[in-house]
Design a protein around this ligand. Structure first.
Ligand code: CDP
Length: 788
C-alpha cells in the first residue's frame, strides 16, 4: 500500500480556549488552565486520523520553521529516554507517543511545543505524517475469531486479541440449577461506550527546577498521590524521585472516573518541562477529550436466569465480552479485571451464580474507566435489573411483587452472595414499598391497563439496585500494588483552629463541607474553625483518591477515627487540668466535664491551648492525629427507583412522566449534599439510557466526535426527580454511613429501560439496548404494525 499523508492531521477540531473570550465563564476557584507561569511553553498534540496504521514518516520541518515553535516531540524523542511507553493501572502497556504504529483514531502521534497556545495549535497543522493503513478491528467478537489480525504486536508471543478470561462463582452448581429449572430466560444486551464529558477537560502545568530537581505538576487528577507514585515508578530511571515530585490537583471541573488514568498528554508535558527546564502547559480541547480519553462500559452481555414457576429465582449465569480498546487501561483494583461486576446478583437471594468475562483488544481508545460507578457496577446492575424484569414478565408476575419475593430479607444480613461478597446491611423491601407508595404504583398499573385498552402506550419500570462502594479492604483491593486505604490528618492549632487534610480529592462533591461537619460533630469545634484541604501531595497524607464513591466509606471514616484519637489525648489533658481521673470525665460535644459536676469542665479549645502550654509531664506537646483507615468491608448502599414513561406512537419519543428515587446510604452526613449527588447522578443515569453512545464505523472512525453528535441531556431533557430515603446504617462504618455519589447513575438506566420495555411487552418486545432513541422505538412499533 502506498504511504500517504493524511489531510486530516491536525485538523481534528482544535478549538483553542481563549481566556479573554467573554463567553468563557469560569467558576470560582483555580483551575489548571488558570495557571500562568513566567516563561511558560504550550503543548498541543498531533493526532492520528487512522484507527490502525504504520507511521512511515513524520516531517516536522515546516512546523519547526514557524516562528514561536520550539520543538516537535515524537515517539523517537521519548524512546531515547525509554519513556515512549508507560504502564496502565492494570499493568498493561500504553503508548505515550508511537514509534511504529497507531492503534486508534485520535491517538497522540507527536507534540508541538511553542511560545503560546495559538502557535502550538498552528504548529500541529504543519506537522506532516505519512501513514500506511492497517486492517482495523472494531468488533470485539471478530477480534476473537481465528485469523483476526493480532493487534498488540508489541507483546512478544501474543497470538490473539484476548486480554484476560476471568470467572467467578460455582459453574457446576449453576449449570445444575439451570438443568433443573422450571423456567429460564436469556437475553443479549449491549451496554455501549460512553464518555464522562466533565465540564473541564484534562490538562496539566509541569514545572521542573533544574537546580533543586523538584518537579511540580498541577494536574486534573482524582488521585494525586497514586499519580505521584506512578510518575516516580515510570520516570525513576531518568532521575525523578518521589520526594522531588509534587502533584497539585486544584479545582478540576468534574472527574467521574475520567480523571483517574494518566493520559499521554500529561507525560509528554512533564517530559517537555524536564527537557527544556521551562514550565509547560497542556490543556486538551473538548473534541480531543471526547475522542481520545478513556471510555466507560462497552460490555456485550449474555445473561440467563433460572427460576421456579412460583417465582423463586434459583440461578444466574452471565457471559460478557468486554471491549477495552487497544490497551487495558481500566481503573480497576488489580485483583478484579472486570471490576466489581460480580455484584451482579444484586438485591436477590440466588443459590447459585456463575459469571465469565473476557477482555478484548480492539482498535479503539482505551476503555474501562469507572464512570461514576464503582468499577463495573453499572453494568452489573443494568444486567440483573433488566433480567429480573424479563423473568417477572415471562412468569406474568408483577415486577414489584417478583422482586419482593426474591429480595435478600433484612434478617439475612450480613449476607454472603453466591459470588462471594459480604453485604453489610440492607432492607430492600422498605425502599421499594416507599417508592411504590410515593408514586402510587397500584393506581398507575390500573391506569396502564385502561390506556392499553385505548391503544395508548405507557410503561412502569422498577430498578431495585444494590451498590458496592468504599474500596476497600486492603486484603482485596490495591491499585498497582498500593493498598486501597484512605487518610485524614488533623492538626489543631493552639487557639483551637483546625486544619484537616485528606488523601481523597473532591471534584465537586462538597468534601470541604461534609468532612468539616464530621470533625465538628466529633470534636465539638465550629465548622467555621475547620479548614479542609485535599489534593496537594506535599501536604496531604497519602491516600488513593476519590472515585467509586469511596470517600465517605474510607476518608470519612478516617476523619472520625482521627478525631477520636484527638479526643483520647484531650481527655488526658482535661484530667490533668481538672485534677480528676480520666475515668471520671464525660464528653459532650465541645467539652469534658467531671461526672456529676458539670460546672467543672474544660472546652476543647482550652484543652488544645493546654496541649501547647500546660500538658502533663511525659506527654508530647501538640494536638495532632492521623488515621490511615483500612475499612473492614465495603459498604452496600441501595435503592428502589420507579419510572413512568409515555411513548409517542407517531415519533417513538419516550417521555418520562415521573421518576421516584428512594435511596439508602445509611446515616447521612449532609442531606443537601446527598440530595445534590442523587439529582446529578440521576441525570447521568438518564444520559446513557436515552441519549449517549460512542460508536465507530468499520474503519474505526468515531461517529460521535463532538457534542453535535454525542447528546448530553440538558435541563430541557431532564425530568423532575422526586427523591426520598430510607436509612439502614452500615454496621462497620464508624459513622454508620455508606457512599452515595454513584447510586443514582448506577440505578437509573435500568428503571428507564424497564419502563420502556414494560410499555411495549404486550407487543412482543423483550429488550431494547440503550440508548433508547426515538428511532429505535419507532422501528419497534412499526415492525409490530403500530402506527400513529
Ligand atoms: O467519593 P465521593 O465523594 O465521590 O462519594 P461519597 O463518599 O458517596 O460522597 C459524596 C458526597 O456526599 C460527599 O460530600 C459526602 O460526604 C456526602 N455524603 C453524605 O453526606 N452522607 C453519606 N452517607 C454519604 C455521602
Amino acid at each position: 500500500m502506498t504511504p500517504r499523508t493524511s489531510p486530516a492531521v491536525g485538523g481534528m477540531g482544535h478549538s483553542v480556549k481563549r481566556k479573554e473570550d467573554p463567553r468563557f465563564i469560569r467558576g470560582q476557584g483555580t483551575y489548571v488552565d488558570d495557571i500562568e507561569l513566567p516563561g511558560m511553553l504550550y503543548l498541543d498534540i498531533v493526532r492520528s486520523p487512522y484507527a490502525h496504521a504504520t507511521i512511515k514518516h513524520i516531517d516536522t520541518s515546516k512546523a519547526l520553521a514557524m516562528p514561536g515553535v520550539l520543538d516537535v516531540i515524537t515517539g523517537a524523542t521519548l524512546a531515547k529516554y525509554n519513556l515512549h511507553w508507560m504502564p496502565t493501572l492494570m499493568s498493561d502497556m500504553q503508548m505515550v507517543l508511537p514509534v511504529e504504529k497507531v492503534m486508534y483514531q485520535a491517538q497522540e502521534v507527536a507534540a508541538v511545543l511553542a511560545m503560546d497556545r495559538y502557535t502550538a495549535a498552528d504548529g500541529v497543522t504543519a506537522v506532516e505524517v505519512a501513514y500506511e493503513p492497517l486492517p482495523v478491528v472494531v468488533d470485539p467478537f471478530k477480534a476473537l475469531e481465528p485469523g483476526a489480525p493480532v493487534l498488540r504486536t508489541d507483546k512478544p508471543g501474543k497470538t490473539d486479541n484476548r486480554i484476560f478470561h476471568w470467572e467467578v462463582g460455582d459453574k457446576a452448581a449453576t449449570d445444575r440449577a439451570f438443568r433443573d429449572a422450571e423456567v429460564t430466560v436469556q437475553e443479549d444486551m449491549y451496554i455501549p461506550r460512553i464518555h464522562v464529558s466533565s465540564i473541564e477537560t484534562c490538562g496539566c502545568v509541569a514545572q521542573f527546577d533544574r537546580v533543586s530537581g523538584q518537579l511540580t505538576i498541577w494536574m486534573t487528577t482524582q488521585a494525586p498521590h497514586a499519580i505521584r507514585t506512578v510518575f516516580a515508578l515510570v520516570a525513576g530511571h531518568v532521575g525523578l524521585a518521589e520526594h522531588k515530585i509534587r502533584i497539585i490537583s486544584p479545582d478540576i471541573g468534574g472527574g467521574f472516573g475520567g480523571k483517574v488514568p494518566v493520559y499521554p498528554g500529561y507525560v509528554i508535558a512533564v517530559a517537555a518541562a524536564v527537557l527544556t527546564g521551562k514550565p509547560v502547559k497542556w490543556i486538551e480541547d473538548r473534541m480531543e477529550n471526547l475522542q481520545a480519553d478513556s471510555f466507560a462500559r462497552d460490555y456485550h452481555i449474555t445473561a440467563e436466569l433460572a427460576a421456579q414457576r412460583d417465582g423463586t429465582l434459583t440461578a444466574l449465569r452471565i457471559k460478557t465480552l468486554a471491549d477495552h480498546g487497544y490497551t487495558d487501561a481500566a481503573a480497576n483494583p488489580s485483583k478484579f479485571p472486570a471490576g466489581l461486576f460480580h455484584i451482579c446478583t444484586g438485591s436477590y437471594d440466588f443459590r447459585a451464580a456463575h459469571v465469565e468475562v473476557d477482555g478484548v483488544y480492539t482498535n479503539k481508545p482505551p476503555g474501562g474507566i469507572a464512570y461514576r460507578c464503582s468499577f463495573r457496577v453499572t453494568e452489573a446492575v443494568h444486567t440483573i435489573e433488566r433480567m429480573v424484569d424479563i423473568m417477572a414478565h415471562e412468569l406474568q408476575m408483577d415486577p414489584a411483587e417478583f422482586r419482593k419475593k426474591n429480595f435478600i430479607q433484612p434478617d439475612r444480613f450480613p449476607y454472603t452472595s453466591a459470588l462471594g461478597w459480604e453485604y453489610d446491611s440492607g432492607n430492600y423491601g422498605a425502599a421499594l414499598d416507599l417508592a411504590m407508595h410515593k408514586i402510587g404504583y397500584a393506581e398507575l398499573r390500573r391506569e396502564q391497563a385502561e390506556k392499553r385498552q385505548r391503544g395508548e402506550i405507557m410503561g412502569i419500570g422498577i430498578s431495585s439496585f444494590t451498590e458496592i462502594v468504599g474500596a476497600g479492604p486492603s486484603k482485596h483491593f490495591d491499585i498497582l500494588g498500593i493498598k486501597m486505604f484512605d487518610s485524614c490528618e488533623i492538626r489543631i492549632h493552639p487557639t483551637g483552629k483546625v486544619i484537616a487534610r485528606f488523601g481523597t480529592k473532591s471534584q465537586g462533591q462538597g468534601h470541604e463541607t461534609t468532612y468539616a461537619q464530621i470533625l465538628a460533630e466529633e470534636l465539638g469545634i465550629p465548622v467555621a474553625d475547620i479548614q479542609v484541604e485535599e489534593g496537594d501531595t506535599d501536604t496531604a497524607p497519602y491516600g488513593l483518591g476519590t472515585y467509586a464513591s469511596r470517600s465517605t466509606p474510607t476518608a470519612g471514616a478516617a476523619a472520625a477515627i482521627a478525631s477520636r484519637k484527638i479526643r483520647d489525648k484531650a481527655r488526658k489533658i482535661a484530667a490533668h487540668l481538672l485534677e480528676a481521673s480520666e475515668e471520671d470525665l464525660e464528653w459532650e460535644p465541645g467539652k469534658f466535664f467531671v461526672k456529676g459536676s458539670p460546672e467543672r469542665s474544660k472546652t476543647i479549645q482550652e484543652i488544645t491551648f493546654a496541649a501547647y502550654t500546660n500538658y502533663p509531664q511525659g506527654m508530647e506537646a501538640g494536638m495532632e492525629a492521623v488515621s490511615y483507615y483500612d475499612p473492614p468491608n465495603l459498604t452496600f448502599p441501595f435503592g428502589s427507583y420507579i419510572c413512568v414513561v409515555d411513548i409517542d406512537k407517531g415519533t417513538g419519543e419516550v417521555k418520562i412522566r415521573r421518576f421516584v428515587a428512594v435511596d439508602d446510604c445509611g446515616n447521612i452526613i449532609n442531606p443537601m449534599i446527598v440530595e445534590g449527588q442523587i439529582h446529578g447522578g440521576l441525570t447521568m443515569g438518564l444520559a446513557p439510557a436515552l441519549f449517549e453512545e460512542i460508536s465507530y464505523d468499520a474503519q474505526g472512525n468515531i461517529q460521535q466526535g463532538s457534542f453535535m453528535d454525542y447528546l448530553l441531556p440538558t435541563a430541557m431533557e431532564t425530568p423532575n426527580w422526586e427523591t426520598d430515603k430510607t436509612c439502614t446504617p452500615s454496621p462497620h462504618h464508624p459513622l454508620g454511613a455508606k457512599g452515595i455519589g454513584e447510586s443514582a447513575t448506577v440505578g437509573a438506566p435500568a428503571a428507564i429501560v424497564n419502563a420502556v420495555v414494560d410499555a411495549l411487552w404486550h407487543l412482543g418486545v423483550r429488550h431494547i439496548d440503550i440508548p433508547i432513541t426515538p428511532q429505535k422505538v419507532w422501528q419497534c412499533l412499526r415492525a409490530r404494525g403500530v402506527t400513529d
